[in-house]
Design a binder for this molecule. Structure first.
Ligand code: MG
Length: 389
């Protein structure tokens, strides 16, 4: 029985995890739930699943929620803030943490969960990009499984089953291409609304913008390199607009193994939750004849400079991926607030990366947090001084 804490339960991945878990009550029990500020969603989840603990971001919300629990005769521990996330991640009843908080803010709770020997279902790629080697070493030391929830990484994981790592020639990471892979107009004129209209996946706002700039694919390339222990230049990105092949692994003998399915996040979520089991799911079975064709294209690194930045960050290593990720988080937020242009996102990330002195010795979380905060401040200043519309 998997007894899970869902960190980020009101987001897109969190809600879909709840949907999956509610259909597998024999296999998965929801023990704890954390949201940032969507108290309404959390209350509905509490009523339905009766977790033993919950957490919210701020104290005022926590107080209000405690009162609501008392008046509804619900016995539950209510926590708040970073401490609250860590409390849930380390609860003795919990044996798996679904990390779906957006951004590197999720990193501390993942570290706490690994130290408490909880398996991780990882939907927070930013943490892995920020402190990947450290997290993987820590997981190994504590005998903890890091199970990918990202659809591409779940695909790679499935393609690797039973294979020897040394036999891998390369990982082929597929990308839908987002809304602009065929776009030939002026990229600087792309609006927030256009960027939020993703053709195949329905996701949260931050990841949808990352998918439009292709930074999401850059982050995923780094994520794949870390999770599967493959150098970044052996991770190849290919545009596949249908989002049916979720990724592939090529072996030294020329065999390519792929994982295909209808694009539905509930599948990788279910796979991570009950691995190594497979159970019937509610997703639509694939009808290849109906789909007709599967296309593959080379991505344009000039049109999408975020891809170049991600490969550069991964190659240089150290704390540069952390700096790239943090400045991207700031730039995306600013774009969503309509303060900067679409094309400024990559420019801000690039300038922040250039201004940073790469430290290779950083192996401790404190160092990553320091570089992360430095990059946020630098990017915010850049926006104020040079980019704000
Ligand atoms: Mg993905």
């Amino acid at each position: 029985m998997k007894r899970i804490a869902i960190l980020g339960s009101s987001g897109s991945i969190g809600e879909q995890t709840i949907d999956v878990a509610s259909k597998m009550r024999e296999e998965v029990h929801i023990e704890a739930l954390a949201v940032r500020s969507n108290i309404k969603a959390l209350k509905a989840q509490i009523k339905k699943f009766k977790p033993s603990a919950v957490s919210v971001e701020n104290d005022t919300d926590a107080k209000e929620l405690k009162k609501w629990c008392i008046s509804n005769k619900i016995k539950i521990n209510v926590y708040s803030g970073q401490n609250g996330l860590e409390k849930l991640a380390t609860m003795s009843k919990v044996n798996m943490v679904l990390a779906a908080v957006v951004g590197s803010v999720g990193l501390k709770s993942i570290i706490a969960a690994i130290k408490a020997k909880k398996d991780i279902a990882l939907a927070n790629k930013e943490s892995l990009v920020t402190a990947g080697d450290y997290l993987m070493k820590l997981a190994k030391k504590n005998g903890v499984s890091m199970l990918p929830v990202d659809s591409e990484h779940s695909a790679i994981f499935q393609c690797c089953c039973g294979e020897k790592k040394n036999d891998t020639r390369k990982i082929i990471l597929t990308a839908s291409g987002g809304p602009f892979y065929k776009y030939n107009d002026d990229f600087s004129k792309i609006s927030v609304e256009q960027a939020l209209a993703h053709p195949t996946w329905k996701m949260g706002e931050k990841i949808t913008i990352d998918s439009a700039t292709l930074m999401n694919k850059g982050l995923e390339a780094i994520e794949a390199s870390i999770l599967f222990g493959v150098p970044i230049d052996k991770v190849e990105i290919v545009i596949h607009p249908q989002s049916i092949v979720h990724s592939m692994v090529e072996y030294i003998d020329g065999s390519v193994i792929a994982q295909l399915s209808t694009p539905d996040m509930r599948l990788p979520i279910q796979y991570a939750l009950i691995y190594p089991k497979r159970l019937k799911s509610n997703i639509k079975f694939l009808n290849l004849a109906e789909i007709g064709k599967l296309e593959f294209y080379k991505p344009d690194f000039n049109k999408f400079p975020c891809l170049q930045l991600a490969y550069l960050a991964a190659k240089k290593g150290g704390d540069l991926p952390a700096v790239m990720n943090a400045s991207n988080e700031i730039a995306v937020k600013s774009f969503l607030h309509k303060e900067i242009k679409f094309t400024d996102v990559a420019k801000i990330v690039e300038k922040t990366m250039k201004a940073h002195k790469v430290s290779k010795k950083n192996i401790l979380p404190e160092d990553f947090f320091k570089s992360d905060s430095w990059a946020r401040e630098y990017a915010n200043n850049l926006i104020e001084k040079e980019f704000k519309l």
